[in-house]
Write a protein that binds this ligand. Sequence first.
Ligand SMILES: CC(C)c1ccc(C(=O)O)c(O)c1O
Ligand SMILES: [Fe+2]
Length: 308
Amino acid sequence: MIRYKKLGYVALGVTDLERSITYYRDLVGLQLNLQEEGVAYFSCSDDHHNLVLYQNDVAGLKRIAWEMESDAELDNAVDTFKKHGLDVYELPTEESKGIFQGRTLRFIEPNDGICFELYNQQYKRATSYQPTVSKIARLGHVVVSFSDWDASIKFFREVMNFDTSDSIDGFINFMRCFPNPYHHTLGVSNAKLRGDRPGLHHVNFMVTDMDDIGRALNRMPENNIPIVFGPGRHPPSGSIFYYFLDPDGMTVEYSFGMEEFPEENPRKPRSLEPRPDSGDYWGSVPKEDWAQGGDILPAKPQLIGQLL
Ligand SMILES: CC(C)c1ccc(C(=O)O)c(O)c1O
Ligand SMILES: [Fe+2]
């Protein structure tokens, strides 16, 4: 049983790094922790980074990273993945230090080729996150659209030891990274929802107060940010949500409140009917460009570390 601490960070490719830095810092409210040649590290906690942006020709999802509960869980993950025939890579120490992390493993998810990362720790920041326009509580979840929905769910359950909290039948499976309590840190969505194109669906940041959602309802339109869904309330996790686009057309979600699960005797997963009110109790309807932006960016094997 692989045990996770939390969703650690998501890395995105963006086509104009300066423009995206301004957006994620001044409108989303993340703290820019460090900017180096072609890369920007943002934080919303005492971690070094919870979002990393890379200058790239195309916008999209570069990798998703989870922090493990302990060092031993990295070894456990290596054994499990190898048993399932996966190639697992470890970043040389110099490189993991170069991205401000301890021991770092990577592998390529077998269905759509997404780079996933597991690490034991990140450098902590001397001063914690200083909220500005929004009090972001944490990087909440990432939803990705997969070309083979059933095979992907099976992989996350059987190989990565994620648990299903709920699903909207045929569309999306909400998975938590055991034993992390939050309803989901990964949403496995069906690419048929995205014109049969696998890719990034959205990145979610959980906020601390209902007022953080309320202020965004004014701030985003005032700054001509396209609003693509909401405000509303999601039946699966019970959270209040608001989705808007980033400068490359990738979808970002703010949400407030989320069901938490105990490690022992959690409730059974529910399968919700595939109809619009399973996505929103309040009746808002997603715009056409909701969840459309963001390709899966291929990771070059030589850049993902040394094969174990
Ligand atoms: C409609 C989308 C995919 C969705 C649905 C439900 C939740 C939730 O329960 O939190 C989400 O976060 C979503 O993004
Ligand atoms: Fe979401």
